[in-house]
Ligand binder design. Structure first.
Ligand code: ADP
Ligand code: MG
Length: 695
């Protein structure tokens, strides 16, 4: 253990036990090392002094030199405030304090030349500044021109532990007589990847001599973050490739050939063929396949999965396909059964609501090998489900599952079954590489021929009847429609009314028997769900009124209208998934986003983005800009939320560099013989062991 880094912050000069406890509680900082890692979120240039006349509505944090010429305490009790008139010799500016009045009052000397620093705001057209930082001119001259600004909490502010106080503490820390931060990367690596020494990087990031130094320090820490983010995944991948011998399939595939030649309902796209070749290479390699198949909604992943199933069956193995929702599992079952019958292949369905009796039959058929493909929800990973010889595991909409679930399903094979995970979550490639870094990666980047781009429009609620009128016209032309209501996840009973109300209104506008309007939601009995899905898929239902249970995977090519109510309540990726339910056939499809008139800026941006593009990849970039990657499904578990400085959207090139360094390390020095300090560092790194478990 490094004594300096592991010291308790309460021993740091200028902090003391009381403020140390505040930092413990509010920011979770306990050691010198924690404190060093509390990076500034921005810097202000204090070399420039502004004049009051230069202040405008765009002004950010600025500093001014001048005198306080008048001081007044106003109001009483709760409305108490301190008002100071500040003059820079030309004009006057009002300064205001609502808190810490006593302290400020005792520290202000009327007429003394001081420096104030803060963000101006406007009240009735006049500029003022509340809670500015005050400093003597002499003090200012001693400080560095570039100043770090730190995050604080409300509680910290009331206890006077503000950014300025933290900055002072940091100054004491990086200038400590025992300051000692060991390097963790080898000299060679630092040179090759242009990393400044760790000890210096901490100094520069907290007390930068220039902008150039900030950049160098930030680069160093971004590299570090991205290095440790990716290392466990890449490590896992390398180990797996070495250790895991998989089932070797032969390239002779009678059922596969029969199906492709005689029963395939369309010709495959170039991208689908390429992916199938990649899969085939894996399957015949003698090593276990672990492949991520990414493809935008509607790109045709299911058929690729099914052809993959046939390869397994041709080699005498069983396969399983796991979907995140029961409705999707049912749909896969219905759709694949139809295809499977053509080549005499038996399929089973297992969900949470399969009865005990059905289960018994199913288990028997799985164990004697009669059922070749088992489709289902996470009920598949229950311990009682045993196969005769499971050779392939497919997971649809992988982002909905945790890594642990994937591992559990994999364990069901006697030998390590091949694994194919599919996802439509349109995440940028760099992100995918990090989140699913232990997997090989295939992408279907081409839509089946003849698809027309979905037309998307945004309308306010009061245009609803017009939209419905349009729906009538489309229904008259033989099309079908979805109408989706928000917020009714299975748990949120409170919001059923929205869906029910909407359903009633629609029944009124689309009366029986002329129209068939049906309702579908997660709380319904499975048999009912299946019946509703079947009716809609068969074209018996004109309008399916639903919750987000249809969000992923559902495929009814004749449905060409998607109406999303309260669209502003959905996130971008969800909107994109919902829209992906249409545009799956040759007909022109439409997506209409209905919203209230009152929209947040963020809401406006999301709806506009939906109208402007149909590319899932573009939308995910926008989504990342809006929310950061923290919210993108599936990223929580991956350690991505541990990134403090690095951003996968704007620092992709640093992520690539870090990946290069990792691959070099693992190939040239897998035992870390020449990277002892790195090895040592990783052993002590908190949370790192958990990462290994994840990967
Ligand atoms: P997703 O990738 O979103 O899972 P699906 O596999 O559900 O997409 O496919 C969407 C629709 O496109 C389905 O109706 C499917 O039959 C059809 N499809 C898939 N591949 C092709 C192709 N090569 N040509 C024409 N239609 C295709
Ligand atoms: Mg799908």
């Amino acid at each position: 253990m490094n004594e300096f880094l592991s010291s308790d912050i309460k021993f740091l000069k200028g902090l003391g036990p009381v403020r140390a406890e505040i930092l413990n509680k509010e920011l979770g900082l306990f050691t010198f090392e924690d404190l060093l890692h509390h990076f500034p979120f921005r810097y202000v240039d204090r070399s420039k002094f502004y004049k009051i006349r230069e202040i405008d509505h765009e002004s950010s944090y600025i500093q001014l030199k001048g005198k306080i010429i008048r001081l007044q305490e106003l109001g009483d009790k709760r409305s108490r405030r301190l008002l100071a008139t500040f003059s820079d010799g030309e004009q006057q500016l009002e300064l205001l304090w609502f808190k810490g009045i006593k302290w400020i009052k005792s520290n202000i000397k009327i007429g003394e030349e001081i420096v104030i620093f803060g963000k101006p705001s406007f009240y009735r057209g006049k500029a003022n500044m509340s809670h500015p930082e005050l400093d003597t001119v002499a003090n200012r001259q001693k400080s560095a021109p570039l100043e770090a600004v730190y995050h604080t909490t409300e509680m910290m502010k009331t206890r006077r532990v503000e950014s300025k106080a933290i900055r002072q503490v940091m100054t004491n820390l990086v200038n400590h007589t025992n300051y000692n931060v060991p390097e963790i990367f080898s000299e060679e690596m630092c040179q090759k990847y242009k990393l400044i020494p760790r000890a210096k990087a901490f100094k520069y990031i907290h007390q930068p001599p220039s902008h150039r130094h900030i950049e160098a320090a930030q680069y160093r820490f971004k590299f570090e973050e991205l290095f440790f983010l990716q290392l466990p995944f890449i490590n896992q991948k390398v180990n797996r490739k070495e250790a895991a011998t998989g089932i070797s399939f032969s390239s002779k595939n009678p059922k596969f050939e029969d199906f492709v030649t005689n029963h395939l309902p369309f010709s495959l796209t170039g991208a689908q063929e390429r992916v199938l070749r990649e899969i085939k290479t894996d399957l015949c390699s003698g090593q276990q396949m672990n492949r991520l198949l990414q493809g935008d909604v509607g790109s045709g992943k299911t058929i690729v999965a099914f052809l993959n199933v046939m390869m397994a069956v041709d080699n005498g193995y069983q396969a399983s396909l796991m979907a995140p929702t029961e409705i999707l599992a049912i749909q896969h079952y219905i759709g694949l059964k139809e295809l499977a019958e053509k080549i005499d292949l038996e399929i089973g369905l297992l969900t949470g609501s399969t009865t005990t009796k059905q289960r018994r039959i199913l288990h028997e058929k799985l164990q004697n090998g009669e059922i070749k493909l088992l489709v289902g929800t996470h009920a598949l990973i229950e311990n009682v489900v045993q196969f005769q010889n499971l050779g392939l595991v497919i997971i649809d909409e992988q982002h909905r599952f945790g890594v642990a679930q994937r591992a559990k399903l994999q364990d069901k094979g006697k030998e390590s079954p091949h694994v194919l995970v599919m996802t439509a979550t349109p995440i940028p490639r760099t992100l995918a590489m990090s989140v699913y870094g232990d997997l090989d990666y295939s992408v279907i980047d081409e839509m089946p021929a003849g698809r027309k781009a979905i037309k998307t429009a945004h309308r306010f609620g009061f245009a609803r009847e017009k939209v419905w009128q349009f729906m009538k016209e489309e229904i008259a032309r033989g099309r079908q429609a979805y109408v989706v209501y928000p917020l009714i996840e299975e748990s949120e009973t409170l919001h059923y009314k929205d869906l029910n109300n909407g359903y009633d209104e629609l029944l009124h506008f689309f009366p029986r028997p002329e129209y068939q309007v049906e309702m579908l939601h997660g709380k319904m009995k499975p048999a009912d769900k299946e019946a509703k899905m079947r009716d809609f898929a068969a074209g018996k239902t004109n309008i399916l009124v639903s919750t987000t249970v249809i969000e992923v995977g559902i495929n009814v090519p004749n449905a060409s209208i998607m109406i999303i109510e309260s669209a502003e309540k959905f996130g971008l990726s969800q909107l994109h998934q919902l829209r992906g339910r249409v545009g799956r056939g040759a007909e022109q499809s439409y997506c209409i986003l209905l919203s209230s008139k009152k929209l947040s800026e963020n809401g406006k941006t999301r709806l506009k983005a939906m109208v402007n593009t149909t590319s899932g990849f573009e939308l995910s970039e926008i989504d990342m800009q809006l929310r950061g990657f923290g919210d993108i499904a599936g990223t929580r578990q991956s350690g991505l939320d541990q990134l403090k400085l690095a951003s996968l959207s704007s620092d992709a090139h640093i992520a690539d560099e870090a990946r290069k360094a990792i691959v070099e390390l693992l190939t040239n020095d897998p035992d870390y013989t020449h990277h002892q300090s790195l090895k040592h560092f990783m052993k002590n790194k908190s949370g790192y062991k958990d990462w290994e478990k994840i990967a």
